[in-house]
Each structure stands twice: as C-alpha cells, then as structure tokens.
Design a protein around this ligand. Sequence first.
Ligand SMILES: CC(C)(COP(=O)(O)OP(=O)(O)OC[C@H]1O[C@@H](n2cnc3c(N)ncnc32)[C@H](O)[C@@H]1OP(=O)(O)O)[C@@H](O)C(=O)NCCC(=O)NCCS
Length: 182
Amino acid sequence: MAALPTLSTDRLSLRPFRMSDAPDVQRLAGDYDVAKGTLVIPHPYPDGEAERWIASLQRDEEAGTLVTFAIVLREEGRVIGFIGLDIAAAHQQARMSYWLGQPYWNHGYCTEAVRAVLVHGFQQLQLHRIYAPHFLNNPASGQVLKKVGMVYEGRLREHYLRFGRYVDVELYGLLEQEFDRR
Ligand SMILES: CC(C)(COP(=O)(O)OP(=O)(O)OC[C@H]1O[C@@H](n2cnc3c(N)ncnc32)[C@H](O)[C@@H]1OP(=O)(O)O)[C@@H](O)C(=O)NCCC(=O)NCCS
C-alpha cells in the first residue's frame, strides 16, 4: 500500500492519524457540541472508542474507501480535528466530513483544511464529484462550504436519524470541472 499523504497549508498540516492521537481525539470529540454536528460521533464518548476509530480508519484506508487526515496546527504540532473523504470509487465521488475541537472554532481552520482536501481529491485522487451534507441547524458548517465555493444542491428532508430524531440536511457539492474553473 502507498504511504498515506500529508498535506500542508499556511497554518495546518493534514496528516494520517496515529494511535498516539487517541487521547486528543477522545478529549475533542467527547464534547457534545462537536458530536451533535456529526453523523457518527457517539455521546457520551466511551473509553476505547478513539482507539477503535483510529484502527478502523487505517483498515478503510487500506481498502481504498476512505482518506482521512488529522488536522494539526503546524507551529504547535497539536491535533485540533479531523477531515476525511468517504470514497465511492465506482462513481469517482466522495463525501467530505470534518470536525474541529471547540477551542479552535472560528479561526478559519476548517475552511483552510477543506480547501486543501478539495485540491487533493480532485487533483491527486482524480475524483469527479465531492459533496458534503450538513445538518440544517449547523450554519457554521454551511458557511465553510459556501466560503470554499461549493454549490448548494438542496435540502434532504429528515435524511438522517441522529440522537433519536430525524434531521434535515443541507447538501453542497462540487464537480471537477467547476473546481478547475475557479
Ligand atoms: C463546522 C466546524 C467544522 C467549522 O469549523 P471552523 O474551523 O470553526 O470553521 P471556519 O472558522 O473555517 O468557518 C466558520 C464560519 O462559520 C461562521 N459561523 C460560526 N458560527 C455560526 C453561526 N451560528 N451561524 C452562522 N455562521 C456561523 C463563522 O463566522 C465562519 O464564517 P466567516 O469566516 O465568514 O466569519 C466546527 O464548528 C465544528 O467542528 N463543529 C462541530 C462538528 C461539525 O458540525 N462538523 C461538521 C459536520 S457537517
């Protein structure tokens, strides 16, 4: 298997997760305000979940169905979040997801990470389409997707069941040719 890539931006390094990141993942993802914006982070966050999750990422990356990065502040070497692409290779498309620990919100870090992953997805992974759903009640995520130029594609009504409630989703997408033109 080829080595997993590391991407660099002005302030961030996007690198593969390591098992030693588990305590940071547990601390940051264990926050309900982080979990509630995501599709899958459990809450309460059980001991051992971060280790299990990191091991599962490594398996899925080897299978070619997932590309994930720990979002790391370059100057401090500190893990502040996650970004990844769930790849449907048969359709040359991927679903993007991300989360950041709450102390790091509203500094533009997610926008910076998303831009780098779009470049990677279209140029290195040769994807045709990258899309990202966000919960209707999560405008910060929508703002990130607007800032990077993703196209609003509509609302999926009660598309996910999250913490016992059906939730509406706003869908954004970008095609390779739209990305090229920017
Ligand atoms: C969504 C999330 C990743 C954004 O990360 P971030 O690093 O704070 O994002 P950025 O700083 O790049 O951009 C956030 C933008 O949202 C805006 N924003 C923040 N709260 C907002 C709100 N309540 N309403 C509208 N806009 C809001 C910010 O002002 C900023 O926009 P601006 O640069 O135009 O001012 C982060 O809030 C998070 O991890 N949330 C919990 C997990 C989650 O929801 N993941 C997304 C799943 S789809």
